[in-house]
Write a protein that binds this ligand. Structure first.
Ligand code: GLA
Length: 337
Protein backbone atom coordinates (compact mmCIF):
# COMPACT_ATOMS: atom_id res chain seq x y z
CA UNK A 1 0.00 0.00 0.00
CA UNK A 2 1.19 3.53 -0.77
CA UNK A 3 0.41 6.51 1.46
CA UNK A 4 1.12 10.14 0.63
CA UNK A 5 1.23 12.64 3.47
CA UNK A 6 1.91 16.36 3.41
CA UNK A 7 2.44 18.66 6.39
CA UNK A 8 3.13 22.40 6.23
CA UNK A 9 5.70 24.32 8.24
CA UNK A 10 4.58 27.18 10.46
CA UNK A 11 5.59 30.68 11.37
CA UNK A 12 4.59 32.14 14.70
CA UNK A 13 3.25 35.67 14.16
CA UNK A 14 3.14 36.55 17.87
CA UNK A 15 3.03 34.78 21.25
CA UNK A 16 6.36 33.12 21.97
CA UNK A 17 7.31 31.22 25.11
CA UNK A 18 3.68 31.29 26.24
CA UNK A 19 2.36 27.92 25.03
CA UNK A 20 3.96 25.76 27.74
CA UNK A 21 2.60 28.20 30.37
CA UNK A 22 -1.01 27.81 29.20
CA UNK A 23 -0.95 31.11 27.33
CA UNK A 24 -1.97 32.40 23.91
CA UNK A 25 -0.13 31.95 20.60
CA UNK A 26 -0.89 33.00 17.02
CA UNK A 27 0.95 30.78 14.53
CA UNK A 28 0.15 30.33 10.85
CA UNK A 29 0.69 27.20 8.73
CA UNK A 30 2.68 28.15 5.60
CA UNK A 31 2.80 26.96 2.02
CA UNK A 32 6.18 25.24 2.40
CA UNK A 33 6.26 21.81 3.97
CA UNK A 34 7.19 18.14 4.04
CA UNK A 35 5.83 15.54 1.64
CA UNK A 36 6.22 11.84 2.39
CA UNK A 37 5.52 8.96 0.05
CA UNK A 38 5.38 5.78 2.10
CA UNK A 39 5.32 2.23 0.85
CA UNK A 40 3.90 0.12 3.66
CA UNK A 41 5.06 -3.53 3.84
CA UNK A 42 2.36 -6.20 3.84
CA UNK A 43 1.84 -7.37 7.42
CA UNK A 44 3.89 -10.52 7.99
CA UNK A 45 5.21 -12.66 10.82
CA UNK A 46 7.66 -10.86 13.12
CA UNK A 47 8.42 -7.16 13.16
CA UNK A 48 9.52 -4.99 10.27
CA UNK A 49 11.86 -2.08 9.72
CA UNK A 50 11.24 1.57 8.95
CA UNK A 51 13.51 3.06 6.34
CA UNK A 52 13.56 6.83 5.67
CA UNK A 53 15.40 8.74 2.96
CA UNK A 54 15.35 12.51 2.53
CA UNK A 55 16.08 14.71 -0.46
CA UNK A 56 17.62 17.31 1.86
CA UNK A 57 18.92 15.62 4.99
CA UNK A 58 21.93 13.34 4.91
CA UNK A 59 21.97 9.65 5.63
CA UNK A 60 19.45 6.85 5.59
CA UNK A 61 17.45 6.20 8.73
CA UNK A 62 16.85 2.52 9.50
CA UNK A 63 14.77 1.64 12.53
CA UNK A 64 14.09 -1.82 13.91
CA UNK A 65 10.48 -2.06 15.06
CA UNK A 66 9.06 -1.56 17.58
CA UNK A 67 11.17 1.50 18.44
CA UNK A 68 11.90 1.65 22.16
CA UNK A 69 14.60 4.36 22.40
CA UNK A 70 14.45 7.24 19.89
CA UNK A 71 17.15 9.27 21.68
CA UNK A 72 20.25 7.70 20.13
CA UNK A 73 19.09 7.24 16.53
CA UNK A 74 21.54 8.34 13.81
CA UNK A 75 21.36 10.32 11.61
CA UNK A 76 19.77 12.68 14.12
CA UNK A 77 16.85 13.75 11.96
CA UNK A 78 15.64 10.15 12.27
CA UNK A 79 14.88 10.76 15.96
CA UNK A 80 11.64 12.58 15.13
CA UNK A 81 10.43 9.65 13.05
CA UNK A 82 11.63 7.23 15.72
CA UNK A 83 9.74 9.17 18.40
CA UNK A 84 6.57 9.05 16.33
CA UNK A 85 6.92 5.31 15.62
CA UNK A 86 7.50 4.68 19.33
CA UNK A 87 4.35 6.69 20.25
CA UNK A 88 2.30 4.85 17.63
CA UNK A 89 3.70 1.43 18.59
CA UNK A 90 4.40 0.82 14.89
CA UNK A 91 5.38 -2.78 14.11
CA UNK A 92 4.62 -3.03 10.38
CA UNK A 93 7.62 -1.99 8.27
CA UNK A 94 7.61 0.78 5.64
CA UNK A 95 9.88 2.81 3.38
CA UNK A 96 9.38 6.58 3.54
CA UNK A 97 10.67 9.00 0.89
CA UNK A 98 10.82 12.46 2.45
CA UNK A 99 10.82 15.67 0.38
CA UNK A 100 10.86 19.11 1.92
CA UNK A 101 11.01 22.67 0.67
CA UNK A 102 11.32 24.12 4.18
CA UNK A 103 14.58 25.73 5.20
CA UNK A 104 16.01 23.26 7.74
CA UNK A 105 16.46 24.76 11.20
CA UNK A 106 15.27 28.09 9.79
CA UNK A 107 12.45 28.85 12.21
CA UNK A 108 9.59 27.41 10.12
CA UNK A 109 9.38 24.30 12.30
CA UNK A 110 10.71 21.76 9.82
CA UNK A 111 10.84 19.28 12.72
CA UNK A 112 7.13 19.51 13.63
CA UNK A 113 6.30 19.33 9.92
CA UNK A 114 8.38 16.16 9.57
CA UNK A 115 6.89 14.58 12.70
CA UNK A 116 3.28 15.24 11.66
CA UNK A 117 3.90 13.98 8.11
CA UNK A 118 5.51 10.79 9.46
CA UNK A 119 2.63 10.26 11.89
CA UNK A 120 0.04 10.53 9.10
CA UNK A 121 2.11 8.33 6.78
CA UNK A 122 2.30 5.65 9.49
CA UNK A 123 -1.47 5.63 9.95
CA UNK A 124 -2.09 8.03 12.85
CA UNK A 125 -5.68 9.19 12.84
CA UNK A 126 -7.93 11.30 15.02
CA UNK A 127 -8.37 15.02 15.44
CA UNK A 128 -5.60 17.52 14.63
CA UNK A 129 -5.22 18.01 18.39
CA UNK A 130 -4.77 14.28 18.95
CA UNK A 131 -2.11 14.08 16.24
CA UNK A 132 -0.41 17.23 17.54
CA UNK A 133 -0.23 15.83 21.09
CA UNK A 134 1.22 12.56 19.81
CA UNK A 135 3.91 14.44 17.86
CA UNK A 136 4.64 16.74 20.81
CA UNK A 137 5.26 13.69 23.04
CA UNK A 138 7.39 12.16 20.27
CA UNK A 139 9.51 15.32 19.94
CA UNK A 140 9.94 15.64 23.70
CA UNK A 141 11.00 11.99 23.94
CA UNK A 142 13.31 12.17 20.94
CA UNK A 143 15.08 15.45 21.76
CA UNK A 144 14.65 15.91 25.52
CA UNK A 145 13.38 19.47 24.90
CA UNK A 146 10.16 20.15 26.88
CA UNK A 147 8.45 21.86 23.93
CA UNK A 148 4.87 23.14 24.01
CA UNK A 149 2.00 22.27 21.65
CA UNK A 150 2.14 25.29 19.31
CA UNK A 151 4.22 23.96 16.43
CA UNK A 152 2.56 20.58 16.06
CA UNK A 153 -0.95 22.02 16.44
CA UNK A 154 -0.32 24.79 13.89
CA UNK A 155 0.95 22.20 11.42
CA UNK A 156 -1.92 19.77 12.02
CA UNK A 157 -4.79 22.26 12.29
CA UNK A 158 -3.86 25.04 9.83
CA UNK A 159 -6.70 26.80 7.98
CA UNK A 160 -6.25 28.23 4.49
CA UNK A 161 -6.10 32.04 4.55
CA UNK A 162 -5.94 32.18 8.35
CA UNK A 163 -3.60 32.21 11.31
CA UNK A 164 -4.66 30.28 14.42
CA UNK A 165 -5.34 31.89 17.78
CA UNK A 166 -4.64 29.03 20.18
CA UNK A 167 -5.44 29.13 23.87
CA UNK A 168 -2.97 26.61 25.21
CA UNK A 169 -4.85 26.33 28.53
CA UNK A 170 -7.94 24.91 26.82
CA UNK A 171 -6.54 23.88 23.38
CA UNK A 172 -9.24 26.06 21.77
CA UNK A 173 -8.28 27.01 18.21
CA UNK A 174 -9.85 30.10 16.60
CA UNK A 175 -8.94 30.83 12.97
CA UNK A 176 -8.09 34.52 12.41
CA UNK A 177 -8.38 35.69 8.80
CA UNK A 178 -5.25 37.28 7.36
CA UNK A 179 -6.33 40.46 5.53
CA UNK A 180 -5.38 40.91 1.85
CA UNK A 181 -3.51 44.04 2.89
CA UNK A 182 -1.02 42.03 5.01
CA UNK A 183 2.08 40.23 3.74
CA UNK A 184 4.24 38.18 6.08
CA UNK A 185 7.90 37.53 5.37
CA UNK A 186 10.42 35.30 7.06
CA UNK A 187 13.94 36.69 6.90
CA UNK A 188 16.92 34.56 7.86
CA UNK A 189 19.39 36.25 10.21
CA UNK A 190 22.21 34.00 9.01
CA UNK A 191 22.90 33.12 12.63
CA UNK A 192 22.47 29.41 13.32
CA UNK A 193 20.33 28.71 16.34
CA UNK A 194 22.41 27.76 19.36
CA UNK A 195 21.72 26.52 22.86
CA UNK A 196 18.05 26.38 22.04
CA UNK A 197 17.48 23.08 23.89
CA UNK A 198 19.09 23.74 27.25
CA UNK A 199 18.16 27.45 27.40
CA UNK A 200 14.60 26.59 26.45
CA UNK A 201 14.32 24.18 29.37
CA UNK A 202 15.83 26.77 31.73
CA UNK A 203 13.32 29.43 30.64
CA UNK A 204 10.47 27.02 31.16
CA UNK A 205 11.67 26.13 34.67
CA UNK A 206 12.01 29.83 35.58
CA UNK A 207 8.51 30.65 34.32
CA UNK A 208 7.09 27.66 36.20
CA UNK A 209 8.80 28.80 39.39
CA UNK A 210 7.16 32.23 38.97
CA UNK A 211 3.76 30.60 38.36
CA UNK A 212 4.17 28.62 41.58
CA UNK A 213 4.19 31.99 43.39
CA UNK A 214 1.54 34.03 41.53
CA UNK A 215 -0.63 31.37 39.83
CA UNK A 216 -1.13 30.80 36.08
CA UNK A 217 0.91 33.54 34.40
CA UNK A 218 -1.53 34.44 31.57
CA UNK A 219 -4.01 35.66 34.22
CA UNK A 220 -1.67 36.75 37.01
CA UNK A 221 -2.10 40.28 38.38
CA UNK A 222 0.59 42.71 37.24
CA UNK A 223 1.02 43.87 40.85
CA UNK A 224 1.63 40.30 42.03
CA UNK A 225 4.20 39.78 39.28
CA UNK A 226 6.02 42.99 40.16
CA UNK A 227 6.14 41.82 43.77
CA UNK A 228 8.10 38.64 42.89
CA UNK A 229 11.40 39.05 44.69
CA UNK A 230 13.68 37.24 42.26
CA UNK A 231 14.38 39.62 39.35
CA UNK A 232 14.80 36.84 36.78
CA UNK A 233 11.54 35.08 37.70
CA UNK A 234 9.78 38.46 37.79
CA UNK A 235 10.96 39.31 34.28
CA UNK A 236 10.02 35.87 32.87
CA UNK A 237 6.54 36.18 34.38
CA UNK A 238 6.10 39.72 33.06
CA UNK A 239 6.92 38.55 29.55
CA UNK A 240 4.38 35.70 29.58
CA UNK A 241 1.65 37.94 31.06
CA UNK A 242 2.18 40.85 28.66
CA UNK A 243 2.75 38.61 25.63
CA UNK A 244 -0.69 37.03 26.10
CA UNK A 245 -2.24 40.52 26.10
CA UNK A 246 -0.34 41.32 22.91
CA UNK A 247 -1.63 38.17 21.20
CA UNK A 248 -5.22 39.22 21.97
CA UNK A 249 -4.58 42.75 20.74
CA UNK A 250 -2.81 41.48 17.61
CA UNK A 251 -5.74 39.21 16.69
CA UNK A 252 -8.09 42.19 17.09
CA UNK A 253 -5.80 44.41 15.01
CA UNK A 254 -5.75 41.85 12.17
CA UNK A 255 -9.54 41.53 12.32
CA UNK A 256 -9.81 45.32 12.11
CA UNK A 257 -7.22 45.57 9.33
CA UNK A 258 -5.12 47.80 11.58
CA UNK A 259 -1.66 46.79 10.42
CA UNK A 260 0.11 49.74 12.03
CA UNK A 261 -1.12 48.54 15.42
CA UNK A 262 -0.32 44.89 14.58
CA UNK A 263 3.21 45.87 13.57
CA UNK A 264 3.76 47.85 16.77
CA UNK A 265 2.64 44.85 18.81
CA UNK A 266 5.21 42.69 16.99
CA UNK A 267 7.97 45.14 17.87
CA UNK A 268 6.77 45.24 21.51
CA UNK A 269 6.82 41.42 21.53
CA UNK A 270 10.38 41.42 20.26
CA UNK A 271 11.47 43.83 23.01
CA UNK A 272 9.81 41.72 25.69
CA UNK A 273 11.49 38.54 24.41
CA UNK A 274 14.78 40.42 24.26
CA UNK A 275 14.65 42.15 27.64
CA UNK A 276 12.39 40.07 29.90
CA UNK A 277 12.81 36.58 28.42
CA UNK A 278 16.37 37.06 27.17
CA UNK A 279 16.09 34.78 24.15
CA UNK A 280 17.24 37.22 21.47
CA UNK A 281 20.72 37.90 20.12
CA UNK A 282 22.38 41.13 18.90
CA UNK A 283 22.14 39.77 15.34
CA UNK A 284 18.37 39.30 15.61
CA UNK A 285 17.95 42.72 17.27
CA UNK A 286 19.87 44.39 14.46
CA UNK A 287 17.82 42.59 11.82
CA UNK A 288 14.53 43.65 13.44
CA UNK A 289 15.80 47.26 13.62
CA UNK A 290 16.80 47.17 9.96
CA UNK A 291 13.47 45.70 8.82
CA UNK A 292 11.28 48.15 10.74
CA UNK A 293 13.25 50.94 9.08
CA UNK A 294 12.17 49.74 5.61
CA UNK A 295 9.33 51.73 4.01
CA UNK A 296 6.13 49.67 4.01
CA UNK A 297 7.19 47.36 6.87
CA UNK A 298 4.75 47.61 9.78
CA UNK A 299 6.69 45.52 12.28
CA UNK A 300 9.09 42.63 12.84
CA UNK A 301 10.06 40.28 15.64
CA UNK A 302 12.03 37.17 16.39
CA UNK A 303 9.96 34.00 16.13
CA UNK A 304 10.01 30.56 17.77
CA UNK A 305 12.40 29.31 20.43
CA UNK A 306 15.17 31.59 19.02
CA UNK A 307 18.84 32.42 19.91
CA UNK A 308 19.29 32.85 16.16
CA UNK A 309 17.32 31.69 13.14
CA UNK A 310 14.64 33.85 11.53
CA UNK A 311 12.68 37.03 12.02
CA UNK A 312 9.06 37.45 10.89
CA UNK A 313 8.02 40.77 9.36
CA UNK A 314 4.61 42.26 8.51
CA UNK A 315 4.67 44.39 5.40
CA UNK A 316 2.56 46.02 2.74
CA UNK A 317 2.13 43.46 -0.13
CA UNK A 318 3.84 45.92 -2.50
CA UNK A 319 7.11 45.60 -0.56
CA UNK A 320 9.65 42.84 -1.35
CA UNK A 321 12.03 41.81 1.42
CA UNK A 322 15.12 39.60 1.23
CA UNK A 323 13.42 36.50 2.56
CA UNK A 324 10.52 34.12 1.97
CA UNK A 325 6.99 35.45 1.67
CA UNK A 326 4.88 33.04 3.70
CA UNK A 327 1.21 32.52 2.93
CA UNK A 328 -1.47 31.10 5.22
CA UNK A 329 -2.19 27.49 4.26
CA UNK A 330 -4.37 24.55 5.30
CA UNK A 331 -2.95 21.95 7.69
CA UNK A 332 -1.60 18.46 7.10
CA UNK A 333 -3.32 15.99 4.75
CA UNK A 334 -2.99 12.30 3.92
CA UNK A 335 -4.07 10.08 1.03
CA UNK A 336 -4.11 6.32 1.47
CA UNK A 337 -4.27 3.68 -1.21
C1 GLA B 1 9.52 26.14 20.12
C2 GLA B 1 8.57 25.15 20.79
C3 GLA B 1 7.17 25.73 20.92
C4 GLA B 1 7.19 27.12 21.57
C5 GLA B 1 8.24 28.01 20.90
C6 GLA B 1 8.41 29.33 21.61
O1 GLA B 1 9.15 26.36 18.79
O2 GLA B 1 8.51 23.93 20.08
O3 GLA B 1 6.34 24.85 21.66
O4 GLA B 1 7.37 27.04 22.94
O5 GLA B 1 9.52 27.38 20.82
O6 GLA B 1 7.25 30.08 21.51
Amino acid sequence: MTVTAWAPGRVNLIGDHTDYMGGLVLPMAVQLGTRITATIDPPGPGHGHLVLRSDRLDGIVELALPVTDPTSVEPRWGRYAAGVAAELGTTVGATLEVRSDLPIGGGLSSSASLAVAVALALGADGTPLHIARLCQRAEQAATGVPCGIMDQLAVAAGVDGHALLIDCATDDVTPIRIPESAAFWVVDSGQARELAGSEYATRRTQAEAAAAIVGPLPHALAADIEAIEDPVMRARARHVRTECDRVHAFAAALAGDDLVRAGQLMVDSHRSLRDDYEVSTPVLDALVDRLVGVDGVFGARLTGAVFGGCVVALADPAVALDGIRVRPTAGATVRRG
